[in-house]
Design a protein around this ligand. Sequence first.
Ligand SMILES: *[C@@H]1O[C@H](CO)[C@@H](O)[C@H](O)[C@H]1NC(C)=O
Length: 209
Amino acid sequence: MRFAGLGSAVLLASLLALVGVCSGRSDAPRGVAVGFVFDPKARCDPPCEHAGICIRNNTCFCSRGYEGETCQYANCYPKCKNGGECLRPGKCRCPPGFGGRYCHKVTCDAGCWNGGECIAVNGVAKCICPSSWTGSKCQEAICPQGCRNGGICVAPGICSCPEGWLGGACHTAVCAQPCLNGGKCISPDKCRCRPLFSGPRCGERKKSH
Ligand SMILES: *[C@@H]1O[C@H](CO)[C@@H](O)[C@H](O)[C@H]1NC(C)=O
């Protein structure tokens, strides 16, 4: 009856002490058996947190995974990396750009496309792109030859050309009707004529005055 009202914490602490004694017998210096003095009248103010037990005045016996004067801090083993915060034992809250159980993995929020690799550069997650791709997500193809005349690079080295242009860099104009008399197609359906010739297809001989 004397212990009535002290609650389950007392029972738990007694049990823990007992376990300590038992393991202490078989494996001498380990555990908390020696010197584990539990005062049932002990007061801890502020109280022990996270199911810690007040074993002596202002001394908390913390449950597994917690530490600190009042067992206020959670332990994370391994420690949270890259500035992660230990929320509860084994659970890290990771800063943006990091993930994984211990915040040890970098995550590129939008992903890395086309074989790009997400790595941390000075603590910032970043896509490292294969040589023929660029952009924050490696979403832009590189056309080393350039895409001229309004062409768009759609895949490494491949230009998509507007109508009227052809060639790897969209550099060749197309004249639906060929230019005559040595004239040259200089833009879609536009011929540049040699001297003495004129007309849309250089088909007319100039009159000399
Ligand atoms: C613990 O504190 C209480 C008062 O808060 C006091 O009466 C008691 O003697 C203390 N116990 C020890 C072992 O110092």
